[in-house]
Ligand binder design. Structure first.
Ligand SMILES: [Zn+2]
Length: 385
């Protein structure tokens, strides 16, 4: 009997002990309505009001394919709770998903460009649903309402939603108020993983999703990017990952495993251009670079990967970045199906470097490929010069 086996046994016992202590029966039944006390009713009313304004937000993603996909995953996981939930996909490059006690679920597009599969998306949804069914979200929002007022939370929440990446310092108080306890996290992990398994998804997605998030955080530290707010509201991910892995690896493979990698990739590809533009605009190069490598592994079109690598370098504009960007645009163009913007942006770089002839040629290609481009007049002006 090797020491590795003993180590595994030790981890199993440890994980078992942690999890046995956590009550995992949901406290909120399907079809739940707020208790008839003024406190909870008032909380719901305030949240409903906020939700009304959210419905009119210009940041709501209205792409029908994406919405249908996310709703479908949520309903598979939520089962009997499905009719109680409303799902909103918001355009924000951060990683976040949250569920309010009134059944409003908000998913940021930054989550969609970070999960590696439908199973991993389902894992995050299962975890958030568990916070709701265990009444953690209710406790959390009650606490925030009593201490700082829900108005502050929601207006700052709107800032979180609209401000792309607000400086972490300003958000710290809010995020700390929203953070779940370790006990709540352990409960949500266990129940969420069960939801995942019951819906026929791969139980291992319950921890692989955090593995890649931690890998991104490491890349971000090296590049001195700020940590994701999600890491602050969901503490101790490293320890939890270990417990989830021990549990998931002991589960039988799902009988009819849903390998819907194709659906995830198709939906992601459909909106890739917009979603990655948002990511580029965050100026978090460590993260962007990490994500591009990951997307290449997931099978995203190499033309798009190369184009956005070009965008990343062009935006950073440090020493040698002009050459790196030009090389990446050229790589995109060589695939034969680069986005027209690859020609235009390489044209700008050539113009800057004084190579007017090549720039002119590239601008002409751009206009030929995108005759209705909104910047046509400006490009024509360059061509005439
Ligand atoms: Zn959590």
């Amino acid at each position: 009997m090797g020491s590795r086996w003993l180590l595994r046994l030790g981890l199993l016992v440890l994980a078992g002990a942690t999890w046995a202590a956590a009550p995992t029966e949901p406290r909120i039944p399907p079809g739940y309505q707020p208790a008839d006390d003024r406190d909870e009713r008032g909380l719901w009313d305030e949240l409903d009001e906020y939700e009304q304004s959210l419905r009119r937000s210009p940041l709501l993603v209205d792409d029908p394919q994406l919405n249908a996909y996310v709703r479908d995953v949520v309903c598979r996981i939520a089962g009997d709770y499905c009719p109680d939930l409303r799902v909103y996909v918001l355009r924000n490059p951060g990683f976040n998903a949250m569920m309010a006690p009134n059944g409003m679920m908000v998913v940021w597009t930054g989550l969609l460009i970070r999960v590696g599969s439908e199973d991993e998306l389902a894992a995050v949804v299962g975890h958030e649903l568990a916070h709701y069914t265990m009444a953690h979200s209710l406790q959390q929002f009650r606490h925030v309402r009593a201490t700082m007022g829900l108005g502050t939370l929601l207006s700052t929440g709107v800032a979180v939603v609209t401000g792309v990446f607000a400086p972490i310092g300003e958000l710290a108080a809010l995020l700390d108020a929203l953070a779940f306890s370790r006990k709540q996290e352990a409960e949500a992990d266990l129940l969420g993983a069960r939801y995942l398994q019951a819906a026929g998804y791969d139980p291992r997605a319950s921890y692989t999703v955090w593995e890649s998030l931690l890998a991104e955080e490491e890349a971000a530290v090296v590049a001195r990017d700020e940590p994701l707010p999600f890491m602050r509201t969901h503490p101790a991910i490293r320890d939890r990952l270990q417990a989830l892995q021990t549990w998931a690896d002991a589960q039988p493979a799902p009988a009819a495993r849903r390998t819907r990698q194709d659906r995830h990739r198709r939906v992601l590809t459909g909106l890739y251009f917009e979603l990655m533009e948002d990511q580029i605009d965050t100026n978090r190069y460590g993260r962007t670079s990490f994500l591009l490598e990951r997307h290449a592994e997931l099978g995203v079109d190499p033309a798009l990967i190369a184009f956005f690598r070009g965008e990343m370098y062009r935006q950073r504009a440090g020493d040698g970045d002009g050459e790196r960007a030009a090389e990446a645009y050229l790589e995109a163009i060589k695939t034969g199906h680069a986005p027209p913007e690859a020609f235009r942006n390489l044209g700008y770089l050539k113009l800057k470097a004084g190579d007017r002839d090549t720039a002119r040629q590239l601008f002409s290609y751009y206009l030929a490929l995108a005759p209705k481009a909104s910047d046509r007049a400006m490009i024509e002006f360059y061509l005439e010069e």
